[in-house]
Design a protein around this ligand. Structure first.
Ligand code: TH1
Length: 818
């Protein structure tokens, strides 16, 4: 496809209004007069889907008929965000939609707001999967996203009277959900439990129970590609008891028990980020979607074939493992090939090895999934046998490559001893062709530290793909004002599918008039955000202050505590009169973050932030100078509103802990300046936008390592910097807990005695750079010029570029028909 702008559908606004009316009448059963905005939303969604259906069918047809290898993106999370505006944009119906809805007598915002945001992911990893399937479709690469349609997504976050996080279930399917198409006729059986017996010299798995995996299909329309891919999310349903009895030959009551459990499999998303839970249900989920997806891929690419030649499988589709969550797919494909299609071990291994690639998203060793062999054996006995055999083969192979037996021992996929454990990252590294990290620094650290032994032996497998984000959602839809200005500056909107074109804005950074327009866009976005925050949260945000945002999961390594300690210090300085009123740069600090429900320190940090906000915002002494807001339930929608309005973005994790980050990219692309450490993709952002356009502070990875080695004593930093001492003391003395000195005791004790992520060690540097930030902000034109250079030089961080990297270095495929 060579067309660059979204193909404008020939549909006129009047015709589109008629289509919506028709859906209201024939699908919803209401007239336009009776309809609510929610009805209009559903009718519009149904109408848009009809515009996409032909391209969807032809994409699938061309994929199966053609010879272009497809990509199967296996991910336990897809954090899609709302679908309506994205579908309209890619169907070329955005303008028609606005006019049609007005013609029908509705408010466009009300219609858009009627869509409930699906929360089928925790954070960056799930959102990355959503950006990648958008880019795959926009490039015309045949691809499936494969995952789980959880009935409950990430919890809804509320704050109680004390400012503590309360989790509420997110039953997102309570209302009509017009995007997912349930396809009962293409369901798959997924088996669990039981035992393995030998029959005629063959291993035969006799499972104890099974689940029906029903696909729910979501169209993934490409931007300006004419292609529509599929996101296939599996939903667990039980088989009826008759079927079960025939299958299981057990007693009725015993028989239905597991079937109740069956539907639990896709019931809830684990609200964990970076720290896996090791629960049996989680493994059931992982196997559930992976097993269904592998069967599905065989069905799709060998339609109706009894005895398909699966040696061609790796030329039809390759699977990307989004972190370790789908790694059980490796032994599953082995099982399918050997047990169901009769291939010998070596042939099966050769097919499997070519079919998988693995992306690692973390550096925290404790975050690499490890399953007890006992648990795997109970749930998937045949898979445990296969994993053990893979391990034997692996250890033997290692013996030919190294004499270092200690190293071989460290690398075992299945550990030795009483209670053997299975290392999923090791299985993925050995079982697939490529392993990649998600930013240059991260990929380097994977090779040097986390997977060092593996990179010694299998160095060729290791590569980097720096993450990216989709400019359609995160610039075009989130920031229409900036999009219009970019298009004006470049004289075309082709940048939306070729983001490197943003470089064309570099010369315009010298043009004061253009820079002023850019500043005006930011100001208008801040006003819009202030209105949004008023409407949604009843916050009174002053759009004439610097908007300073920190949005991401709440995690100690991300160091929200560093930010809040600095806010406290600033508050103390204003109150004590240490800084004069004229010297204060008015600032609004906005946090957005959910904490895993069982993560005590993270939850206490939330409570601290909320109470700092309460104290600061109610203190007349700092009014107009400093304000702190914590909109609850941070999600994609809030991100889309806040990012375009942000002046200063916080990326302040301890160096060596954030694998990449993707929020950092979204902010840079929307013209925020970043204050950050040399961590994750910050390193590459700074390289590209220029060191002079990035506020760098803090220790490097090497300095962090050296300090750990030397023995880190956080208390010495507390004693050395009076600003830090004062801030910590205020947390301890009850200033933010109505005098209760016990509330934050666990936080204070940790800071002073352990502080594993070295918040205290980086505090002084962080405070010192605030001066630089404020000096620049007082020069609005210079600030905006630098912010514009952030936009102009961040085209690299498009998910389209990331997908190009995957296509070239990992998948070795490309657009359909090329
Ligand atoms: C995140 C990483 O923390 C982040 O740095 C990165 O930008 C993002 O992935 C996308 O690559 C991760 N999210 C999870 C979630 C789970 C387990 C591990 C990670 S790493 C459940």
């Amino acid at each position: 496809m060579t067309e660059h702008t979204a193909p404008m559908s020939p549909t006129t606004p009047g015709e589109f209004a008629d289509e919506i009316r028709k859906e209201l009448k024939y699908t919803q059963g209401v007239t336009a007069e009776q309809a609510t905005p929610a009805d209009v939303y559903v009718a519009t969604a149904t109408a848009v889907r009809k515009h996409l259906v032909d391209s969807w069918a032809s994409t699938q047809h061309d994929m199966v008929a053609g010879s272009t290898k497809a990509v199967g993106y296996f991910s336990a999370e897809f954090l899609m965000g709302k679908q309506l505006l994205n579908a309209l944009l890619n169907a070329g119906l955005s303008d028609q939609f606005y006019d049609a809805v007005k013609e029908l007598g509705f408010d466009v915002q009300d219609v858009i707001d009627s869509e409930y945001e699906p929360g089928l992911g925790n954070g960056g990893l799930g959102r990355l999967a959503a950006c990648y399937i958008d880019s795959l479709a926009s490039k015309g690469v045949p691809a499936f996203g494969y995952g789980i349609q959880y009935r409950y997504g990430i919890f809804k976050q509320e704050f109680d009277e004390q400012g503590a996080q309360v989790e509420r279930p997110d039953y997102w399917l309570a209302n009509e959900e017009p995007w997912g198409h349930i396809d009962y006729n293409r369901s798959q059986r997924v088996n669990y439990g039981g035992s393995v017996v030998e029959e005629n010299g063959k291993k035969v798995w006799k499972p104890a129970w099974s689940v029906r995996a029903v696909p729910v299909d979501y169209m993934v329309p490409g931007y300006a590609s004419g292609r529509v891919n599929t996101l296939r999310l599996w939903s667990a349903k039980s088989y009826d008891e008759f079927d079960l009895l025939a299958f299981n030959k057990s007693e009725y009551v015993d028989a239905v028990k597991p079937q109740v459990a069956a539907e639990n499999i896709s019931k809830i998303l684990y609200p964990e980020d970076s720290t896996p839970q090791g629960k049996a249900l989680r493994l059931e989920q992982q196997y559930f979607f992976v097993a269904a997806s592998i069967q599905d891929a065989i069905r799709v690419f060998y339609p109706g074939e009894e005895n398909p030649d699966l040696t061609t499988f790796p030329s039809k589709i390759c699977f990307q493992l989004n972190d370790t969550h789908p790694v059980i797919g490796i032994p599953e494909l082995m099982r399918v090939l050997i047990d169901e299609y009769g291939y010998d071990w070596d042939t099966a291994w050769s097919i499997t090895n070519k079919s998988f690639n693995y992306t690692c998203h973390t550096l925290l060793p404790e975050a690499l999934e490890v399953w007890s062999a006992k648990l795997i054996g109970e749930l998937l006995p045949r898979h445990l046998e296969i994993i053990n055999k893979i391990n034997e083969q692996f250890v033997a192979e290692l013996g030919t490559k190294t004499n270092d037996s200690a190293k071989i021992d460290r690398m075992r996929i299945v550990t030795d001893g009483e209670d053997p454990q299975v290392h999923m990252a090791y299985l993925a590294t050995y079982g697939g062709l490529h392993v990649n990290g998600v930013a240059a620094l991260h990929s380097q650290l994977l090779k040097d530290v986390t997977l060092r032994d593996f990179s010694d032996v299998y160095g060729d497998k290791f590569t980097n793909v720096t993450n990216g984000v989709t400019p359609r959602r995160f610039i075009r839809i989130a920031n229409p004002r900036l999009s219009a200005l970019i298009t004006e500056g470049l004289g075309t909107d082709r940048w939306l599918s070729d983001l490197d074109m943003l470089e064309g804005l570099v010369p315009l950074a010298k043009d004061d008039e253009f820079v002023k327009k850019f500043a005006a866009v930011k100001q208008a976005n801040k006003v819009a955000f202030s209105n949004y925050a008023k409407r949604e949260y009843d916050f009174d945000i002053d759009p004439n202050t610097m908007v300073n945002s920190m949005i991401k999961r709440l995690h100690e390594y991300k160091r929200q505590s560093l930010k809040i300690l600095s806010v406290i210090s600033q508050y103390a300085d204003i109150k004590s009169g240490k800084v004069s009123a004229d010297d204060i740069l008015p600032r609004t600090v906005v946090f957005g973050a959910k904490a895993a429900p069982g993560y005590k320190m993270a939850k206490l940090t939330i409570q601290l932030i909320n109470n700092v906000a309460r104290v600061v915002n109610n203190d007349p002494d700092v009014k107009g100078k400093l304000a702190v807001y914590y909109p609850w339930n941070y999600n994609i929608r809030l991100a889309q509103h806040l990012i375009p309005a942000t002046d200063l973005d916080e990326q302040i994790s301890q160096a060596g802990k954030e694998a990449s980050g993707t929020g950092n990219m979204k902010f840079a692309l929307n013209g925020a300046m970043t204050v950050g450490t040399l961590d994750g993709a910050n390193v590459e952002i700074r390289e590209r936008v220029g060191a002079e356009n990035f506020f760098l502070f803090g220790m490097t990875v090497d300095e962090v390592e050296a300090l750990y080695a030397k023995g880190y004593e956080p208390k010495s930093y507390y004693e050395a910097d009076p600003r830090l001492k004062q801030a910590v003391d205020m947390v301890a003395d009850g200033t933010f807990s109505e005098g209760d000195k016990g509330l934050y005791e666990p936080l204070v004790t940790d800071w002073l005695n352990k502080d594993y992520f070295m918040t205290l060690a980086d505090f002084s540097a962080y405070m010192d750079i605030q001066g630089e930030i404020e000096t620049l902000y007082r020069e609005p034109l210079e600030w905006s010029r630098k912010a514009l250079l952030n936009v102009a030089n961040s085209g690299f961080f498009s998910s389209d570029r990331a997908i190009d990297d995957y296509l070239r270095d990992i998948w070795e495929t490309g657009p359909l028909g090329e």
